[in-house]
Design a protein around this ligand. Structure first.
Ligand SMILES: Cc1cc2nc3c(=O)[nH]c(=O)nc-3n(C[C@H](O)[C@H](O)[C@H](O)COP(=O)(O)OP(=O)(O)OC[C@H]3O[C@@H](n4cnc5c(N)ncnc54)[C@H](O)[C@@H]3O)c2cc1C
Length: 296
């Protein structure tokens, strides 16, 4: 019989998890829903000696109101998050993002933890994690827990800043009842599509007018792009055509600047049509986002 290519561990509680973590090397991986990891394994992109499944750990699952916020276990799937009444009510951008991840099959398996850890520039959870002031709950194999805000979590501009003896247990979001939020993405298809551009916004609304606007663009840079100017353009306004156009022009310029700075390997040379796609398409995204925000 052929030797298995890797050891598979499935801890069911903290004690077993810490014992499994103690055996992990730089070639060992955690397994959540597997929707990213299994593609990498199949394409032989990574070398693996040990897989530690997080599927049996109760404290990593579930979504609950806790104190002034919502705790979402790292193993909560996109489908569970999109359907959760508290998330839909208080974290609408995240519910929208989860509702449009991949296909039904991907939403049933893919998790918020896997999405944040995989750290793809096109990952739909990541702009929402920044926008909604999420905090990662990180458990260490010595039993201690630390919390990291989005900026700290992605401080290297790529993979999450976590040690080998750490695992993402949950994500916490504050509940601010007077704020609403929304997320949209533009892809090449309406289903099973990876974002070419995504945008999300959070604001208060008073007498139909926006206040305290926060805005992020996703999938245009390595990590979500904050757009602080949106607060001045949309603040105290109804999101008129003129304001939407001003915001789109600004975003278009920011995208041009990012693309001009980006160094690509020659084999990834992009076509002229692709080069100008995002800076033009962002206008439609702004319109979709503000229209969505207005829907109950
Ligand atoms: C057809 C298809 C369509 C897709 N569509 C989208 C889309 O529309 N939007 C989008 O954002 N993504 C999409 N994805 C990507 C993927 O589904 C998501 O990123 C998903 O959330 C990954 O979660 P997972 O549970 O499957 O992670 P896994 O594949 O299990 O893990 C991903 C990585 O994170 C690590 N990891 C997982 N959980 C933890 C943890 N708790 N602590 C530490 N490390 C951990 C793993 O070791 C691995 O390196 C798509 C993928 C496919 C195959």
């Amino acid at each position: 019989m052929r030797e298995p290519r890797w050891e598979y561990l499935q801890p069911a509680d903290r004690e077993e998890l810490f014992a499994a973590m103690a055996q992990m090397t730089e070639d060992s991986v955690f397994l959540a829903g597997g929707t990213d990891l299994l593609c990498e394994i199949r394409e032989a992109k990574i070398k693996i000696d040990r897989i530690v499944s997080l599927g049996l750990l109760k404290e990593f699952s579930g979504i609950r109101l806790e104190g002034d916020g919502i705790r979402i276990g790292s193993m909560a799937t996109h489908g569970e998050i999109a359907a959760d009444p508290s998330v839909r009510r208080y974290l609408r951008a995240l519910a929208e993002a989860c509702a449009h991840v991949g296909s039904k099959q991907i939403r049933n398996k893919g998790t918020i933890g896997g999405n944040l850890m995989n750290a793809s520039p096109a990952g739909d959870m990541i702009p929402c994690f920044f926008l909604l002031h999420g905090k990662a709950e990180i458990l260490s194999s010595d039993g201690t827990t630390r919390f990291a805000e989005a900026g700290e979590f992605y401080r290297g501009g790529g993979a999450p800043a976590m040690e080998r003896n750490e695992v993402l247990a949950a994500v916490h979001f504050p509940v601010v009842p007077e704020r609403d939020s929304f997320f949209v993405k533009l892809g090449s298809r309406t289903e099973v599509t990876i974002a070419q551009i995504s945008a999300c916004m959070s604001a208060k609304k008073k007498d139909g007018m926006f206040e305290d606007v926060e805005f992020y663009l996703g999938s245009v840079d390595r990590t979500p792009l904050p757009v602080p100017e949106a607060a001045a353009i949309l603040g105290g306004s109804l999101g008129t055509v003129e304001e939407r156009n001003r915001l789109s022009e600004l975003l278009s310029k920011r995208i041009q600047e990012i693309q001009a700075k980006r160094k690509r390997p020659p084999r990834l040379k992009i076509r002229e049509s692709e080069r100008h796609y995002k800076e033009r398409a962002v206008k439609g995204v702004v319109y979709d986002l503000l229209d969505g925000f207005d829907r109950p």
